[in-house]
Design a protein around this ligand. Structure first.
Ligand SMILES: Nc1nc2c(c(=O)[nH]1)N[C@H]1C(S)=C(S)[C@@H](COP(=O)(O)O)O[C@H]1N2
Ligand SMILES: [Mo]
Length: 416
């Protein structure tokens, strides 16, 4: 289905304003309308909270400010960030899309290709997972602060949320329909949604490693989010969910699943959504330098901690200050420790942890600190049970598109 792109509100105001001015009609009225025309989140995606940050009005890219994100253990659909590279026709709403009439094709290196109507997914045992959904561009804006600015949406920390997904496991569906994936030839699972690019850009799709047990065992063909049919904008009626993988790999509006020997050559798999395998000099290495051998896709999420309180720039009273936030990784092992420093990393205090029910969830941390008057920097970093930690200077992982930011979180507060 091709999306009828339509004009966004600002464009509309500009054009009608221009036409009106040309004709000499009520120019003052149109000028007022033009000044007020920056659309709010609810005008970009129907049902969203107007307090979300609007990054892109045409496809719909919305960020959740931390002061709203921290209010909920499960991010409500009205507050969850949105990242659309392209949109399903009629998909810019929180309303659901019916399962009936929605088909998923399973093709490629398989013995029996299958075409399944989404209604059949309800008949399988249902698996529910609570997990962090995070854009691999989340935190991209910090590369500008610690290294060199990169292209792309300058996300702060709000390109993430905690979500609950439910549906049958992909492996159960494959078994029931006797699909029989040819192994070991089939090394990648490529998912393509029914959304289509509006312009000349290549279609959005991604390949995941079928050799990874976290894909084979945990992949879900989700039909519910947060206990309801998936809102259209979040990929309903069926979304591929792979806990622990970056949001981009959780392909929305799933229409086709292909088993293949090679990663897709699609523009969104290479050079987009990749990072170099070795450190590169900021500004010297560019997107066109990526090959399949010198880079990898945004698959497993890197370990990260984000401070929810106090917030950057906040004024706090001297004395006891509770530093709070969340830490998470790819869910392969639990978070082992979250450490907090107020002396630029010379000494560290260990925070108390409250893990989630599964390793794919946020682990909450809290550290009581005694702060003296003045400007104070608070640094936080997480370490997991595999010893994977956050770099104190996240800028060391600079990459041309600014993916996978995971530097120690550093905020400044004024203590008075
Ligand atoms: N079909 C499709 N799936 C997609 C995308 C898309 O544009 N089309 N965007 C991806 C990206 S980059 C992210 S971060 C997440 C965002 O999910 P959300 O909008 O539900 O928060 O969806 C991913 N899945
Ligand atoms: Mo993303």
């Amino acid at each position: 289905m091709k999306e009828n792109k339509g004009m966004d509100r600002r464009e509309f105001m500009k054009r009608t304003g221009a036409t009106a001015a040309m004709l000499g009609l009520f120019p003052s009225v149109f000028n007022v309308a033009r000044a007020q025309a920056k659309p709010t989140a609810d005008q970009v995606i129907k049902g969203k909270d107007p307090r979300l940050i609007v990054h892109n009005t045409s496809t719909g890219v919305l960020e959740t400010p931390l002061e709203l994100l921290r209010e909920h253990e499960i991010t409500p659909k009205e507050l969850l960030y949105v990242r659309n590279n392209q949109v399903l026709a009629g998909g810019k709403t929180l309303e659901p899309i019916p399962l009936k009439g929605w088909f998923i094709e399973i093709v490629g290196l398989v013995h029996r290709p299958a075409k399944i109507e989404a209604t059949a997914l309800k008949e399988f045992p249902q698996h529910e997972v609570t997990m962090v959904l995070q854009c691999s561009g989340n935190g991209r804006g910090f590369f500008a602060k610690y290294s060199k600015k990169t292209s792309g949406t300058q996300w702060k920390h709000g390109g993430m949320g905690q979500t609950v997904w439910k549906g049958p496991k992909l492996k159960d569906v494959l078994e029931k329909y006797k699909v029989e994936v040819y192994e070991p030839a089939a090394k990648f699972l490529t998912a393509n949604g029914r959304d289509e690019p509006s312009g000349k850009k290549p279609d959005f799709e991604h390949s995941l490693p079928w050799t990874d047990p976290y894909v084979r065992e945990n992949a879900i063909l989700a039909i519910e989010m947060n206990g309801e049919p998936i809102p259209a904008v979040h990929g309903g009626p069926v979304r591929l969910i792979v806990p622990g993988y970056y949001g981009t790999m959780n392909v929305k509006w799933v229409g086709t699943l292909r088993f293949e020997a090679h990663e897709t050559y699609n523009y969104n798999q290479i050079p987009r959504y990749r990072v170099p395998l070795y450190p590169v000099e900021p500004g010297k290495f560019s997107k066109k330098d990526y090959t399949f051998d010198n880079s990898r896709p945004n698959w497993h999420q890197k370990i990260k901690a984000v401070i929810f309180a106090p917030l950057d720039g906040e004024k706090v009273s001297a004395g006891l200050v509770r530093v709070k936030g969340v830490a998470f990784n790819d869910g392969v092992v639990p978070i082992e420790q979250v450490q907090v420093s107020t002396d630029m990393g010379k000494t560290w205090t260990t925070a108390a942890l409250k893990p989630g029910k599964s390793t794919f969830e946020w682990t909450y941390f809290e550290a009581p600190l005694v702060l003296k008057k003045g400007e104070v920097e608070i640094w936080v970093r997480a370490v997991d049970k595999l010893g994977r930690a956050q770099p104190l200077d996240g800028g060391i992982h600079w990459n041309p598109s600014g993916y996978e930011w995971n530097g120690a979180d550093r905020i400044k507060v004024t203590v008075s």
